[in-house]
Design a protein around this ligand. Structure first.
Ligand code: SAM
Length: 259
């Protein structure tokens, strides 16, 4: 916990100040394995796509894996600072790259894409079923007929097992950080709070991240309500077995209905 008084801690928007630390904080995540899994889903449902858009692309770790494989790559993220990381990572690696700052709940692009991804709990930043529906609708508009949308959700089981009482203290690149996680059972919110202390300047920042944790039933309801999607798969973790509330992570594969 920071040593200074609470008044000197500046509350800042999510991912604005943890962006430079994000890759370090997430160094345990096996993006190679995750990429192989997504690639296997694409091989099954949308082989050799020519265009791919990743919503909430963060610092571009997944997009990087598709560089050289998919000719047109696009990434959207609400955090300008996370996108900066993506820009640096992807610079010079892609034939056609478009990154932009935007909100997945409400975006529009001029071209139709074949594949849209939204990974690593990012969809859980939709704080209500209405926001989830708005995201699905925006994706629907930008996909070509028959296009594929793959996203994952974090389950209650994961939050309760791993993040209920998370407490981490570490230092990276001159910033000391404290991360505290808790689960709000009443609202089904996963709350992660970050205190950052920039050692050289003494500046202190605080970010509060809140994610809504949905039941699989609620997600399926949002998907089916619009009658715009076929659900091709609801998968347990990184497998092709059926996902359930017992899964730690569930991947959804949707296809935009034609006509
Ligand atoms: C857990 S990070 C995942 C980043 C990346 N997908 C990855 O796998 O490393 C969540 C990302 O979602 C972005 N995000 C949250 N809400 C968003 C929204 N409404 N629209 C676009 N991006 C959003 C954040 O800025 C952040 O980069």
């Amino acid at each position: 916990m920071p040593s200074k008084s609470q008044e000197s801690v500046k509350h800042v928007s999510v991912y604005s100040h943890i962006a430079p630390l994000y890759d370090y904080m997430m160094r345990h995540v096996n993006y190679v394995q995750w990429y192989r899994y997504i690639d296997s889903l694409l091989n099954a449902y949308a082989p050799n796509p020519r265009s791919l858009l990743e919503l909430a692309c963060g610092t571009g770790k997944m997009l990087e894996k598709f560089a050289g494989q998919v000719p047109v790559l696009m990434g959207l993220d609400r955090s300008f600072e996370m996108l900066q990381g993506a820009r640096q990572r992807l610079s010079g690696k892609c034939d056609h790259l478009l990154l932009w700052n935007g909100d997945m709940r409400q975006f529009a692009i001029q071209i139709e894409v074949q594949v849209v991804l939204c990974l690593y709990d990012s969809i859980n930043y939709c704080m209500s079923e209405d926001e989830l529906t708005a995201t699905l609708d925006s994706v629907h508009v930008c996909l070509q007929d028959g296009g594929i949308f793959i996203f994952d959700i974090c389950t209650r089981r994961t939050c309760k097992n791993y993040f209920r009482s998370l407490h981490e203290v570490d230092t990276f690149a001159g910033t000391e950080f404290v991360r505290r996680g808790r689960y709000d059972d009443k609202n089904d919110w996963q709350i992660n709070e970050f205190w950052l202390n920039q050692q050289e300047t003494g500046s202190q920042y605080f970010e509060r991240h809140v994610q809504k944790i949905y039941s699989l039933r609620a997600v399926k309801k949002s998907i089916t309500r619009s009658q715009k999607w076929d659900i091709l798969g609801v998968y347990n973790n990184f497998t092709r077995r059926p996902g359930s509330e017992r899964s730690f992570r569930v991947h959804f594969v949707l296809q935009k209905r034609t006509g």
